[in-house]
Structures are given as C-alpha cells and as structure tokens.
Design a protein. Structure first.
Length: 217
C-alpha cells in the first residue's frame, strides 16, 4: 500500500486537472480549486523541508570540516541574517514593503550579488560558445555566422560599419530578421518537442507506468 496509495492520489489529481481543463464546471472546478489549495499547503511544507535539509547538510560539512566548509558557514549565517531581518525587523507581513530591512538586503546585497554571479557566468558562456561555434560542419558554420551577425547587429559598431547602406538592410535589421524568423521557428520547434515530452511523462506518471519517483526501479 505504500506504493499504491501515492499512485492512486497521483492518478486522481492528474485526471481531475485534465478533465477540468476541458469541462470547467461542477464538480470538477470545485475539485480543481480544492486540490490547488492542498498543493499550496504541500509546497509550504516542502519549503521548510528544503530549509531543514540545507541546514543539516551545511552543519554536517562544518562539523566534519569537509572541503570548502567555510562556504557552508556563510550559507547558514546569510540565511539566518535575512530570515531574522524579515521576521522581526521588517513589520511582519509587511516585510516586502519598500524601505524595510528585508527590502534593503534584497535590493543592495542580494541583487548586486546576483548580477555579479551572472557577470562571471558570461566568461563561461563565451568559452562554451567558442567551443560550440567551431566551423567543423555546415550546421556549425551556419550557427557561427548567425551568432556573429546577431552579436554585431546588437552593438552600435554594427550600424556604424553599415551606415552607408539603406536602413532596411543594415546589420541591426538583419539581426532582427534572424531573431524574428529563423530563431523563432527553431525555438517553437524545440518548445513543441518539450511540450510533447511533458505530456508523455505526465501521462506515464498519472497512469502509474513511471514509478521512479517512488523509489522503484
């Protein structure tokens, strides 16, 4: 029963959402709202489980003095710092209001740190792009040329190089054409494939065919 009950719950909830999408009337709309409320409650408990797991893993690394354990200490101190500021020094439920200590930490500590992290990732993206854009095949050559024209058309020097041409055929317009037509077509094809994969995986979960989430082989 430890496996059958979760499978039954998954099937009932999944089919309820599918039927409610096509028949948004009683009793399916009532069941959909009720199940959504239950899911929000589960999400809230999942957040606390994630927090407790983060604290446990970080404390274990600190106690065992594993590699890079000071980062675990920084993680715990940062978590406690922002939680205490949000709960006790930011007006309770009004902690998201502008000017509160929580908002100050978010705007002037968390946001700059996030920007720094993404700025550092730009170097890794450039390195990966260099490896991916090597013109070894026809497809890689097309990808390299498209990336070159898009990047050049997105900076002022691109328009400066083609300023002698009519505005409709400058590099910026050519880059817009690449982004609006070939790029959009490829992106939509990828999204259709992702959607089909999501549908097939969801049906396998709802029908009980896929049981890896329960710990089975």
């Amino acid at each position: 029963m430890r496996r059958e009950i979760p499978l039954i719950i998954t099937g009932v909830v999944g089919f309820t959402y599918i039927i409610q999408f096509f028949i948004p009337h009683w009793p399916f709309n009532i069941m959909e709202h009720m199940l959504t409320d239950w899911m929000l409650i589960i999400f809230a408990f999942a957040i606390w489980l994630g927090v407790l797991n983060l604290m446990k893993v970080s404390l274990d690394r600190i106690s065992k003095r594993t590699k890079d354990w000071p980062y675990a200490l920084v993680t715990i101190l940062g978590f406690l710092f922002i939680v205490i500021a949000g709960f006790f020094f930011s007006g309770g439920r009004r902690f998201l209001d502008p000017g509160t200590p929580f908002d100050y930490i978010y705007q002037f500590i968390y946001t700059p740190l996030s920007a720094t992290m993404f700025a550092m990732l730009a170097f890794y993206v450039a390195s990966a792009s260099y490896r991916a854009f090597r013109a070894r095949t026809k497809e890689a050559t097309l990808l390299l040329l498209a990336a070159f024209f898009v990047m050049l058309g997105r900076v002022p020097v691109g328009d400066a190089m083609t300023s002698f041409l009519p505005e409709s055929v400058r590099l910026s317009k050519f880059a817009d054409w690449i982004m609006n037509y070939p790029q959009t077509a490829g992106q939509r094809a990828i999204m259709i494939g992702i959607a089909l994969g999501i549908v097939s995986t969801s049906l396998r979960l709802i029908l009980g065919i896929e049981r890896s989430h329960l710990g089975s082989d």
